[in-house]
Design a protein around this ligand. Sequence first.
Ligand code: NAD
Length: 473
Amino acid sequence: MYIDAHFGSAGVTQWLDVVNPSTEQIVAHAPDADQQVVDSAVAAATHAFASWRWVNAFERSRVLHKIGDEISHAERRIATAITVEMGKPLGEALGEARKLAKAFHYYAGEAVRIFGETIPNEEDGFISFVEKEPVGVVGAIAPWNYPVELIGWKLAASLAAGCTIVVKPSEYTPSSAEELFRCLDAAGLPAGVANLIMGGRSTGKLLVGHPGIDKVAFTGSQAAGEDIYRTVSGITSLSLELGGSCPLIVTANADLERAVAGTLRRAFRNAGQICISINRAYVHEDAYWHFIEALSAGARRLVVADGIAQENADVGPMTTRAGLDKVMRHVDDAKARGARILCGGSRPQAHDKGLFYAPTVIADCSPDMLVMHEETFGPVIGVSPYSSLDDAITQANGTPSGLAAYAYTEHVKESFTLSRRLDFGNVSINHVDAGIMNAPYGGRKQSGTGYEHGREGMEGYLHLKHVRLRHGA
Ligand code: NAD
């Protein structure tokens, strides 16, 4: 852990095993922080806030750029820690570390663009102006699927805004968070401005329920998000980036080659453990046969391997045993309800150890199947044919999730119909990369509230102050 600029585990009595999902070997032990540790981290952040909030924005910007540089120097160490603890192939983990560095440079730029406004007054001699001020001490909690990026977005945006922060990473991925905090330390971030505590769900609850926390920034499951809503202490500002069950619509006017390539990437990357993974696809009946054949042929070609041994493998293991069990439950459910498994559908025989699952395409799915309405969070996609676009949109919108939706069509009118009627925070047409650093990213409905990325990602750590001044001029 890292509290008030000291690395250590003082006061920790409980430890958690951390397992490499490719080998199922224990690779680390992480502290399971209790109330006393949480108190000391929040106290350090509270103390540091009194000075960090007044540090000139240009100085905060300089420190953030320096952190970005330190991350670039440490990218291989960070990436290796990611792969060993959560399984994504090293090539992909390096990509994550590079995007993490970018996030710090981006918010270094935003730190000096915290603009207010002036407002005309009815009476002469008055002016109203609105200034933005940091909300205070942030409690940030992240999952394991993008273990450093999902911490980094919260860290970079809140430090740019002038907040201080206590971060709790997932209990499955403590070491990459530690590597990130080594970069903060090397960059000379003042003591207490950013603190790292480790632990599981109970530590998370202690943090979000702590009366010293002014804002909770959470990424994780819908169940945990709902629990946090109930746990926060008093009136606490919240941003919740939760899960989704993301749909894809492929119309009769789609470029099928592109649609298949995009689907392969967004259904199976990170072993499907992405909040914006394509879970379920609705394909026009004229394109259906071609689409499922090409998709399953592509899925069979994906290389499933330990991402340290084969750093450019396509798919690593699943990260958790519970996640693997859920995938098997979804596939069994689809089979029992009459769907066809076109490829995968089991653990690959080439691996006698590790939480691997073969990329799986399930055809002829119906809405009652789990894979078509619950987040699978694994390398599985359910596909269903449609005849009317209206009907496909209704089915796509027909779950409580509202994070991201995808569509392929070369038809201009269809692309506007889809982008306007899909009830999701992010809609990608003719590609599958929903998020870019300088545009707001967030969910709606049960997928959460608040935004990350972009200017809006920093606004969430600021509140407004209306100053009305009688100057007499
Ligand atoms: P999770 O909700 O089980 O855990 C996430 C984090 O919250 C962990 O650090 C955990 O220790 C902590 N936690 C769990 N319960 C808590 C509680 N009641 N109070 C406080 N802290 C608690 O999720 P996970 O399995 O680590 O991650 C997978 C989920 O995250 C998926 O549902 C995925 O869709 C979602 N996710 C969403 C986004 C997004 O941007 N919307 C991004 C990535 C992942």
